[in-house]
Design a protein around this ligand. Structure first.
Ligand code: SF4
Length: 80
C-alpha cells in the first residue's frame, strides 16, 4: 500500500500546524518555543513551523504554546 511509509513515519509523532487565517504574527509562539516555531517569510509576520512532525516528548510544550496563542491559531494533534 503506497500510503504506508507516510503513516508509519507519523505514528507516535505529534503534528503541529498554524492556521494562517487566524495567526496575527504576535510571535509569542516563536519566543516561547523557537525550536518549533519560526517567523514566516511573509508580510504579516505570521509564524510557521520548522517541521510539522514533532516528537511526542514535545507534546506538553506544544499544547502550552497552543493554549498561549491569543488567536488560537496553533493546532496540535497527536498521532496514535
Ligand atoms: S502566537 Fe499564535 S497568532 Fe501569534 S504568531 Fe504564534 S501562531 Fe500566530
Amino acid at each position: 500500500v503506497a500510503a504506508e511509509p507516510t503513516q508509519s513515519a507519523e505514528a507516535g509523532m505529534v503534528t503541529v500546524s498554524i492556521d494562517h487565517d487566524l495567526c496575527r504574527g504576535h510571535q509569542m509562539c516563536v519566543m516561547g518555543l523557537p525550536e518549533v516555531f519560526v517567523v514566516g517569510d511573509n508580510d504579516e509576520g505570521q509564524s510557521d513551523v520548522r517541521d510539522k512532525l514533532q516528537p511526542r516528548s514535545r507534546l506538553e510544550q506544544l499544547r502550552l504554546a497552543a493554549r498561549s496563542c491569543p488567536e488560537s491559531a496553533i493546532r496540535v494533534e497527536s498521532n496514535p
